[in-house]
Design a protein around this ligand. Structure first.
Ligand code: FES
Length: 103
């Protein structure tokens, strides 16, 4: 993804929650934490769990299947069993500010 793609209204993402969106060929989850939006690949690289339903803690998202965690800002993995991170995408809020785009 290089060109920004409009994906949703900002108010579709509740504070402290994530929501997954299909964006082209990808499925991306957007989390809102302390008013900031973070977009990461939705699928955990270990066994494909959707991170949209994961728990948020100290700037990380984890998933209770096997407790791998990933940094929201960087996508880096923090805990096994995942051995790699997930992609992150810049989020831009537009239209005053009601929509978000990922690039
Ligand atoms: S599916 Fe994520 S750690 Fe297993």
């Amino acid at each position: 993804m290089n060109a920004p793609i409009s994906i949703a209204r900002v108010d579709e993402i509740a504070e402290g929650r994530g929501k997954a969106f299909d964006v082209g060929e990808k499925r991306i989850t957007v989390f809102q934490v302390d008013g900031r939006l973070h977009a990461i690949d939705d699928a955990c690289p270990h066994a494909g769990a959707s991170l949209a339903k994961g728990y948020l803690e100290d700037g990380n998202v984890g998933y209770p299947w096997h407790y791998a965690e990933f940094g929201l800002a960087t996508g880096k993995h923090r805990h096994a069993p995942s051995t790699c991170g997930v992609a992150v995408y810049p989020v831009t809020v537009t239209d005053g500010p009601t929509h978000m785009e990922v690039a």
